[in-house]
Unconditional design. Sequence first.
Length: 765
Amino acid sequence: MSSKPANTSSTGHNPAAIPTEPFAHKQFIRVAIPSPLRQLFDYLPPDSYPAHGICPGSRVVVPFGPRQVVAIVLSIEPDTDIPTSKLKTVISVLDNEPLLPNDIIHLCQWAARYYHHSLGETLAQAMPKNLRLGKPASYGAIPFWNCIAELDSELQNQLKRSKKQLAALELISSYPQGISATELHELGFSKSTLKELSKKGLICSRNVEPSALPFTDITNPLKAAHLKLNEEQAFACEAITDGLENYRTYLLEGVTGSGKTEVYLQAISAALSEGKQTLVLVPEIGLTPQTVRRFRDRFNVPVACLHSGLSDGERLQGWLEAARGSAGILISTRSGIFTPMPHLGLIIVDEEHDGSYKQQESLRYNARDLAIYRGRQRQCPVVLGSATPSLESLHNTHQGKYTQLHLKQRAGNARPPVMELLDLRHQVLRDGLSTELLQRMAAHLGRGNQVMVFLNRRGYAPSMICQDCGNIIDCPHCDAHMTIHRYPPHMHCHHCDLQQAIPWQCTSCQSRKLQPVGQGTERTEQVLSQHFADYPVLRIDRDTTRRKQALSDMLEEVQSGKACILLGTQMLAKGHHFPDVTLVAIINADAGLFSADFRGPERTGQLIMQVAGRAGRGDKPGQVIIQTYNPEHPALQLLSMNDYSRFTNNLFIERKQLNLPPEGYLTLIRSESVNQNESEVLLSALRQYAEQSGLQQLDNSLRILGPIPAPMEKRQGRYRWHLLIHGKNRNHLHSLVGRVVSYLESHRLPRQLKWTVDIDPQEMS
Ligand code: ADP
Ligand code: ZN
Ligand code: ZN
């Protein structure tokens, strides 16, 4: 950084500062500003506003360079080391009570330190967009819908053709006091569906101020009776609820369909009856309407919700309901970890192994790891649930840091799926599907069951090759092939989003013999639709679910139970409960086993187990077929025996040999530039500087690897390089990273040369 902007204060308090000005009795507002600068700034209070009337945790608008920004007040200081003449004045005060309570500020301070990030940006992350933009911390009245018609068989018949409207009407009529537009939206009903129903005179809305009643005022929190827990579930639930007053992390390892959610619900019930709120974190895509509905069907207390499918206004509403204690439960994707909850008494992280808990930009936090910090901070239990726990969490249980709880049986009547490896080496393939698989699918469909086909690759085909010269059409900006899409027809780079027309001749030899190679979901959909003309094929991937309602419409069709084929990417793997799926086919299991990322095998194993877990969740038994060219591969062998624990034990041995997490800790410094050598040069200098620090002499487990090119060196026209720092002792590692960061911050770098620090990286890309 070149010159310090005015108003700069040293981070934290500087005891050496001498109050020189005659105005030393005046008070100063110390704020955090959403900028990459890792420091705090001091301002004068506005004339009309005594400093002591401004409280820490509230938002103020301040001048910052040429801009005005929304900042968070951290403290009121008697002194500042900036001359008063250089101090600027707060423009306006947005909150007259703290918006962010102390515990959230502490959480953010800790996260900023741990991830070596600016506190101002970290605090900005903690707020929903509307608050970040300086909008008022309140929400207006929202429409509540009531059913005004009698939902008899005649009406049901009338609406037979508009399934969505009928479903909405059925739902609305089950709420005699009305149901809010927000909730309906969260459950997958669009504005247009409601408009149609209201045009037909079947429902009407009135605007209601959302309840500001604390959830604790609701005398009977339970709406529907709990299920009777089986022995394993009861044991787990008791363990968790026995210790509601203390911090403890539980790893609830329950096979798919073992009733983890039922354990959560009953633990939440215990928390509610002690007047405590629960935070439930769910993966990005896992937040299906069904999940939310399951919680709302069980409890009378308001369930707030935060996820990317909601509007900014709806997110603000959810955030405020949790922050003001009117919601008893908050269900949220990763950012919910920063939501204030005054009565927080239980934290649940569902599918804790899921990659979406890690943010891959800006503040690269892992919400699961912050959940542990928050549990300790609030002295409440944290439950990490998964059928396929991460190696990190398993390692922590082996070390006695977490308590492991097992659910080994599927709940109710469901039995574990039977898994089978289908050797592709002796099979005739039709666009990636073996004859044997097609026959088995036909048998399941013929019995009126549903079949799920999993392929983790969208588009029509992953590459286009020239049959004359072997040239493959590559993205001009990335070290990657262009994917062919048919609907609509175009070439698409999945790494930089470049889209082009499909070429009609080879760019290298001008031959016209261009051939798509490999399978994507579009191509598989085409084959399946032709082969199984009598059954609908529902393709669920990022391309078919761009429209907001599309996913919930398709899921509804699956829930109807009719025989069909569900085809999709990992969007299908997570959390869904499809009781009529009896066969799951994984058509290309080999792809992830040989990936460049050391977590590749772990992720593939988790994905296979999760996909397989969609089979046989109802009363009908389930079967899983895994197509592979490597049936002897030890990982596939163990997975096909449903033996996740032996599978992970092998991975532990490998990681230990290679000194990779959870053996020790890792930090990844990334650098990228449009110029080819710049990143490497920067990282080499960084390495040298780090080696001179002498820290490695103090702790010989500290190792620096690289610089090495990223697995995809060129992406979006930038050359990307990595420097890895590994250490057995977290504190020592962080000291070294701290030095590296201050080196990077104190050097003026060319504008196009960017660097980032990734603590506990999840992806080595
Ligand atoms: P998981 O979250 O472990 O995948 P779920 O909680 O979704 O599993 O449970 C799977 C199915 O089993 C659900 O339909 C659920 O209602 C049912 N279930 C869970 N616990 C019980 C129980 N104790 N008795 C009967 N059915 C149960
Ligand atoms: Zn060619
Ligand atoms: Zn590209």
